[in-house]
Each structure stands twice: as C-alpha cells, then as structure tokens.
Design a protein around this ligand. Structure first.
Ligand SMILES: *[C@@H]1O[C@H](CO)[C@@H](O)[C@H](O)[C@H]1NC(C)=O
Ligand SMILES: *[C@@H]1O[C@H](CO)[C@@H](O)[C@H](O)[C@H]1NC(C)=O
Ligand SMILES: *[C@@H]1O[C@H](CO)[C@@H](O)[C@H](O)[C@H]1NC(C)=O
Ligand SMILES: *[C@@H]1O[C@H](CO)[C@@H](O)[C@H](O)[C@H]1NC(C)=O
Length: 518
C-alpha cells in the first residue's frame, strides 16, 4: 500500500488544510484514530472556536470585530452561550416610555419600534419611535422616524438594506390612498435604491375601513397582505408582491383570507391560510412580472366538526437574507437559515375560542418542498397531509396560559414565553431552544438545576387538543430553561442579545425591562 505523504507534512501545513474542512469531515478525521491528526485538531484553538460558533449557530460579525485573540473570542462566545443556557443575564436596565404608544410594534436584532402617539382625529400615528435595546451609549434613548402621513403598519429590512417600509393611509376625497413609503432607516430620507420612494398600492373607499397589514422584505422582494375586515365584499383583500427596488409589481394581487406571511427562503413565502387550515407556500419567480408559483399547501391536523381557524399569524427572526448592508452592533449574529418560525392561531368552536402556538424550523420545512411543482401545469403533490410533514416539522404549545400579545418571541432557534397571568402572579421566564445539538447535549446531562434556572429536555409529545379530530403529535424536542427568578411582565420579547419584558399601561407600553445576555 502506498504511504500517505499528507501526514508527513509539518503540523502547520496539515492544520492549514484542515481549517478548510466542514466540521462533519473533521469529525471523520477524528474518528480515523490517527494520533497526530487528532492532536492537531483538538489542540487548535481556531478549530475549537469554529466548532463553538457552529454549535451556537452564530457567525462573527465582521463589522464589529472583537479585537481579541482567538482564545479570548472563544471564551467570549462560551460566556454568551452559558449565560443564555443558565439564565444568568449579565446586566439589566429599564427603558421607560414618556409618550402614549399605539399598537404598532416590531423588534429587530437590536432595535425595538413602537407607534408614536396617535393623532386623536384619525387614531393613527404619523411617526414611529425606536430605541436600541442592548446596553451601550444610546441605550434607553428614544428616536423618531417620521412618515408625515398616517401609518397603518410597517416592516423593516435593516440589516439587509437599511430599509424601513411604512404602509400609509392618506385621505384623498371620498377615498383613501394606500401607499408604501420606502425610507433609508439611517437617514429617514427616501431609500436611494428604490426607483420610486412611494409604492402606490390602491385607492379604497372610506366605508371599507382600514386594512389589517402584514409586510416582509427579503432581497428585492416586498410581500404585503391587506385585509379589509370591515368590508363584507372582501374584494379589496389581497397579497401583493413587489420588487421594491424597481417599484414594479411581480404579480397581480392574489386572493387571501387572512394576513400573516413569512419568508422561508429569499424567494419562497409561506402564507397561513385560515379558511383552508393550511400553510400555503409560494415560489416567487426572479423576474418582475413573471409571477409566482403555488408549490404546496401543508395541511394542519384535521379539525373536529364545528371548528374553524379564526386568525392565523406568523413570524420568524432573523429573516433569510442575501447580504448585510447595515451592520449590527453585536459581536455574534445568528445564522438566518437556522431560525425557527412561530405561528399563532385562534381556533373557534361553537362554545370556545382557543389560542395555539406552534414552531417550525425553517430549514426542516424547506427540506419538505418539492420545487418541481412549479414546472408542472397540473401539479400533483401540492397538498401535503399533516401526517407527512407535521409531526417531524412542528412543535405545538397550548397558548391558553401563555402571554401572546407580542409575536416577536423568537430569535434564531430560541423562543421565550411567560405565563399570561404573570402580572397578577409573578411567573418564571422560559426559554425554549430547538437546536438539535443542544438537545442532544442536554439529554446527556439530564435535568440540571443551576443557581438561576432549571434546564431540561422536553421530549416529543402528543397533545390532546380539543379542536382537532386526533391527538397532535410533535416529534421535535427542545431544551427548556426555566428561570428561578419570577417576573410580572405582560409580555416577553427576544432578540439577538436580550430578553425584554414589556409592561403595558392603559393600552400603551409603559416600560421595557432589558435582561442582557450578550
Ligand atoms: C444547531 O444544530 C445544528 C446541527 O444539528 C448545527 O449545525 C447548528 O449550527 C446548531 N445551532 C443553531 C443555533 O442553529
Ligand atoms: C383634528 O381636527 C380638527 C378639526 O378638523 C383640527 O382643527 C385639528 O387640527 C386636528 N388635529 C390634528 C392633530 O390634526
Ligand atoms: C442610508 O444612508 C446612510 C447615510 O447617508 C448611508 O451610509 C447608507 O449607505 C444608506 N443606505 C443604503 C442602503 O443606501
Ligand atoms: C377563502 O375562503 C373562501 C371561503 O371559505 C374559500 O372559498 C376560498 O377558497 C379561500 N381563498 C383562499 C385563497 O384560500
């Protein structure tokens, strides 16, 4: 047999080759039981740091270099992961609001947005307020971004495009004009990459009322759904897709029955469909005007008789994105493709109205897609029965006892919850981590009771949920961290570095308490 010359190279050269390998291949190298190879791999701080990043599902933020040696960066990352796992926040601070807020809100990887005080004549705000959540020089200071027109909702793509898009409602005689204002977030001026700073969606009669809105932006795609709930006719409702850069519509409006949408990948969107009790999946073609293809309808578990899905919302953070233009300030960024989606639905029966939440890892659902569907005229395989995807791709939670006011409760693969009645009876915060590797690690450790939290694996379950014909099986396990401290928040939110507890006053956000984990 020929002797391999690879292992007779100097160690530095062997290492230089190994650093280019994906970690699965490094695992194979470890398994081949060559002592030299093993010691090079196990002794390299660089490889350990890379492994730790992979395990944590983060990347280093190139725009905020830590200016530390590799071993200090590794220590920094391990501290961060440990403080999340053991529920040991590194600092706390409170952000108070000295203004009356409206119901609009959003939370990005570092910024909390809320609608400014409403104009009493319209009950709509014309500007948004925002605040950086992590501790730092600008923490707790509110800033304003102004639309100059009544705002019905908004969406952002700050990291990818430094873009904030506000949906405005402007009176124009007997009608109102619905527009999307595309602003550079850093300057508040029209976005330089948008050919038209304002997308005019349509004019609508005043008696149809104001629309419910969902808006998401990824890459050049802007998806907007509008529902005029007060209008019986339903003929102004629709899902709109634009290339926000060219200002051109990608499709004519598609019929929908409820708001709520999320990007699964930069060109695939999920639209929860309450009427059909499905998650509809659309593929957006790259060229303007080429349209979109209906790929799948993933069915929810079969509903029992006399029940129906009443509302159906979803969200996932961070969004998939192609590039970063406006750097975040945190040293570690979660990898977008690994993030989970959260769905919130209300199911009504003759006697009750019950809220449910379920979680879907984006990558798992993406693996279920059959992209060939778009090439078939008479596409079969569009409908996917619950049994074929649900148990392995979802985790259901009974939300009747959870606070559900804010859907901004996930980041990366983590979700945060608190009991609905926490303002009355202080309650622990729970962090659910759906990462498979973390689940395996924790399973090996069993239940761990630390000074600040109890950590355990919650295995697969079968829930007997009343509105469904059969028990709902969720095979996805998660790591649950339950804080020992008790909190009285009305709602909890989560972003890259923080858990944020919100307290509501009289229909307004009174304060945000930031637990900073890093
Ligand atoms: C989760 O686990 C997978 C492997 O199962 C890993 O590749 C990933 O980086 C982990 N972390 C996160 C947060 O996604
Ligand atoms: C509200 O309407 C009244 C009467 O039309 C007007 O005088 C007032 O300026 C309006 N307020 C605002 C804040 O626009
Ligand atoms: C937004 O404006 C800032 C400040 O002028 C600029 O640095 C940035 O490049 C702009 N963003 C984009 C995506 O054009
Ligand atoms: C909306 O709901 C109606 C009535 O239930 C149904 O006929 C229609 O197919 C639904 N539309 C979509 C896009 O699912």
């Amino acid at each position: 047999m020929m002797k391999s010359h690879f292992l007779s190279l100097p160690s530095e050269l062997i290492l230089a080759c190994l650093v280019n390998l994906p970690s699965a291949d490094l695992d194979s190298c470890l398994k081949c039981r060559n002592r030299l190879l093993r010691s090079i791999i196990l002794n390299s701080v660089f490889l350990r740091y890379r492994r730790a990043q992979e395990l944590a599902g983060v990347e280093e933020n190139a725009d905020r270099p830590l200016n530390l040696g590799i071993s200090d960066r590794l220590a920094c990352l391990r501290r961060r992961e440990a403080s999340w796992l053991t529920f040991a926040p590194r600092s706390r601070h409170t952000i108070s609001t000295d203004f009356q807020t409206t119901g609009l809100y959003d939370l990005t990887s570092e910024i909390y947005f809320v609608g400014d005080t409403a104009d009493p004549n319209t009950s709509l705000c014309t500007s948004l307020k925002y605040v950086y959540t992590s501790p730092g020089t600008e923490a707790s200071q509110w800033h304003t971004i102004n639309a100059g027109k009544p705002i019905v909702d908004f969406g952002t793509a700050l990291e990818e495009h430094d873009l904030i898009a506000m949906v405005t409602y402007t009176l124009n005689g007997a009608k109102a004009s619905i527009d999307v204002l595309l602003l550079n977030f850093s300057t508040g001026a029209p976005h330089p990459l948008a050919a038209q700073p304002t997308l005019h969606i349509h004019d609508v009669e005043l008696n149809r009322g104001r629309p419910g809105v969902s808006l998401e932006i990824v890459g050049q795609n802007l998806a907007l759904s509008l529902m005029y709930w007060n209008d019986e006719s339903r003929d102004m409702d629709g899902l709109y897709l634009y290339n926000w850069k060219s200002g051109l519509a990608k499709i004519a409006a598609l019929p929908i029955n409820n708001t709520g949408l999320a990007f699964l990948t930069p060109d695939i969107i999920i639209v929860p469909n309450a009427a059909e009790a499905t998650l509809d999946v659309l593929h957006i073609r790259p060229e303007d005007g080429e349209g979109a293809d209906f790929l799948h309808a993933f069915h929810l578990p079969t509903l029992a008789g006399h029940t129906g899905v009443f509302s159906f919302q979803c969200r996932g953070a961070p969004n998939p994105c192609a590039s970063i233009s406006r750097p975040s300030r945190s040293p570690f960024l979660p990898r977008p493709s690994d993030s989970i989606l959260i769905f919130a639905l209300t199911i009504i029966s003759l006697t009750s109205e019950t809220e449910y939440t379920f979680v879907v890892p984006r990558a798992r659902l993406a693996r279920m897609l059959d992209l060939r569907n778009r090439e078939l005229d008479d596409a079969t395989g569009i409908d996917v029965d619950w049994e074929a995807w649900g148990p392995q791709c979802t985790r259901w939670l009974d939300a009747t006892t959870l606070s559900t006011q804010y859907i901004t409760a996930t980041v990366g693969q983590r979700m945060v919850t608190i009991a609905r009645n926490a303002p009355l009876v202080r309650a622990p915060i729970r962090v659910l981590d759906f990462n498979e590797t973390n689940v395996q690690k924790q399973r090996a450790n069993g239940l761990v009771e630390g000074p600040h939290a109890v950590v355990r694996v919650v295995e697969e379950t079968t829930l007997d949920l009343e509105p469904f014909a059969l028990p709902v099986v969720s095979l996805l396990p998660y790591v649950e961290t339950t804080s020992k401290d008790l909190f009285d928040y009305d709602a909890v939110l989560i972003n890259d570095e923080n858990i944020i507890g919100a307290r509501f006053g009289d229909r307004s956000v009174e304060s945000l308490e930031v637990l900073h984990f890093g």
